[in-house]
Design a protein around this ligand. Structure first.
Ligand SMILES: [Zn+2]
Length: 510
């Protein structure tokens, strides 16, 4: 993108912000979502529209941070069928958490039904999420589903709203009263049609209208923004289209729930879970948690502690590594590692670090090493060089913000990388012992596989997003010690590493 184009995008971004008020959605990034079409400024028109011609993101950048949210991260590490699903576990909002799990599970089931594993052209499913709004007792979460097969990809969003005061959970379309969905679909369709030629002559009705309105978010001034799936109104090449409908136009169409969400956003009140939470039996009530603004940089911790004086040229060293966190079990793992005095290496996802910076800071403070596993677990070979660089730099930034540590160790998701990944200034850290813990979900099997394949200098691959893997650690640590192994971090095992080199173990690198 030229700098001139950048300037015009910036101008547009400012204009968009003014139009929709202090938007809860941060404007899309220049690199992934550059609106090009002009907004409608005529006084007669009451909707405005923007287009994302690249359509690579499909997800507005940003999102709020809510203290206490845990990440449920699930990864199928089969490189022939890469699947990564991240979704939130929301304290005090069991119904919301369950609804999002049901949605993500259904996406995975459908995907597995549609595609077979293919080593040559692996179909990929990647689901991520962000907080879309959080005011009063209402939390809105956007789930973002991306599916890739062959050369084509498609993405869809679904925004869920949960009211912690009542235990109610709704999808975006439920903001609209049942008889008015067609009316909003027509407004949105007509707004989008000003940006790109629509694929159908008329706006959809009935269930097709509902399918158009899966990502609806209010601004504080009462306007409603519809974020449209690529290909839903215009050709796929037109990108993601965004239509904003003014408050006076949308308010008569709203359901009671929709009006409650609109009012909550307008109030600007911080999000707070009521002290007594009805209809949330499976989640313990959480203390009231005010919304924080976007995660600020944590106070800088001391730089990554120097690798201790361990001589792996004479000792039988082995490095335990844990991918895909931090997650719901990482704290328990840190407890058990502290009990045995074991130091390990975590390859973390940037988007999970953003949610749980505290636990990553705790890991570093305890002497563990935290390194880069990209932002959101995409198969790097499917991405452009620019996207690859963003995956790594944004995760590196999240780690630095949380811990003060700058990492130069990268483990590409699924172990999938190419020459341009090697050019990102990171040492590529693979493994020589794969516990297949994601597949068997059995502590005894994890331990058996690790002990069967371990050699002096080994790097053992595990995932701290599985309870069974975390449960295996105390036994595995003592079994390795009994066999004369010294457990070390990856920097202790490898010593100094070279950017662009690939390490499978202490003795196997290239
Ligand atoms: Zn992974």
């Amino acid at each position: 993108m030229t700098s001139a184009a950048h300037l015009s995008v910036r101008a547009r971004r400012t204009g968009l912000t003014v139009l929709i008020g202090a938007a809860l959605l941060a404007p899309a990034a220049c690199t992934s979502a550059a609106p090009t079409a002009s907004p409608t400024t005529s006084a007669a028109s009451s909707s405005t529209s923007t287009a994302d011609p690249t359509g690579q993101s499909g997800l507005p950048e940003g999102g709020l941070t809510i203290p206490g949210i845990e990440v449920a991260q699930s990864v199928n590490n089969d490189p022939a069928l890469p699947i990564s699903i991240g979704r939130p576990i929301v304290p005090g909002q069991a119904a919301l958490t369950d609804a999002m799990k049901t949605w993500a599970d259904a996406k995975e089931t459908a995907f597995r039904g549609d595609y077979l594993p293919s080593p040559e052209s692996a179909p990929e499913l990647n689901i991520t999420w962000q907080v879309a709004m959080a005011n009063g007792s209402i939390l809105g979460v956007r789930l973002h589903d991306r599916e890739f097969a062959g050369a084509s990809g498609q993405s869809t969003n679904q925004v869920f709203y949960g009211d912690a005061a009542t235990g109610t959970v709704k999808q975006a379309v439920d903001l609209i009263t049942a008889g008015k969905v067609d009316a909003l679909a027509k407004l949105v369709w007509d707004g989008a049609a000003k940006l790109a030629a629509p694929i159908e002559a008329a706006a959809p009705t009935g269930s097709a209208a509902a399918r158009l309105l899966t990502d609806l978010v209010f601004a504080p001034d009462g306007t409603l923004t519809a974020y449209l799936d690529q290909g839903s109104v215009a050709a796929y090449s037109a990108g993601n289209l965004t239509v904003t409908v003014t408050g006076p136009q949308v308010t008569p169409l709203l359901s009671d729930f929709g009006r409650a969400v609109q009012a909550a956003v307008a109030s600007g009140a911080p999000y707070a879970v009521p002290a007594t939470v009805p209809a949330a039996p499976s989640t313990p009530a959480e203390p009231v948690q005010p919304v924080q603004p976007a995660q600020p940089a944590q106070p800088a911790q001391p730089a990554q502690p120097n690798p201790g004086a361990v001589d792996c040229s004479t000792l039988k060293c082995v490095a335990l590594t844990f991918d895909d966190g931090p997650g719901a079990y990482t704290g328990k793992l840190l407890d058990s590692l502290a009990a045995s005095g074991t130091k390990v290496t975590f390859f973390v996802l940037g988007q999970n670090v953003k949610i749980r910076p505290d636990i990553v800071a705790r890991a570093v403070a305890a002497g563990h090493v935290v390194a880069n596993h990209t932002w959101d677990h995409r198969d790097m070979k499917k991405l452009s060089a620019t996207e690859q660089a963003t995956e790594v730099s944004s995760a590196g930034d999240a780690i630095r913000n949380a811990t003060g540590v700058t990492t130069t160790l990268l483990r590409p998701p699924y172990g999938s990388f190419n020459e341009s990944v090697r050019g990102l200034g990171q040492a590529i850290i693979m493994w020589d012992v794969d516990t297949l813990d994601w597949k068997y979900r059995d502590s005894a099997e994890v331990t058996r596989r690790a002990l069967a394949d371990v050699k002096p200098g080994s790097i053992i691959l595990m995932h701290d997003i599985h309870a069974t893997s975390v449960d295996a650690v105390p036994g595995l640590v003592s079994a390795l010690a009994q066999r004369g192994y010294t457990l070390v971090t990856v920097p202790q095992l490898l010593g100094s590493t070279k950017a662009g080199s690939v390490y499978y173990s202490r003795s196997r690198a290239g």
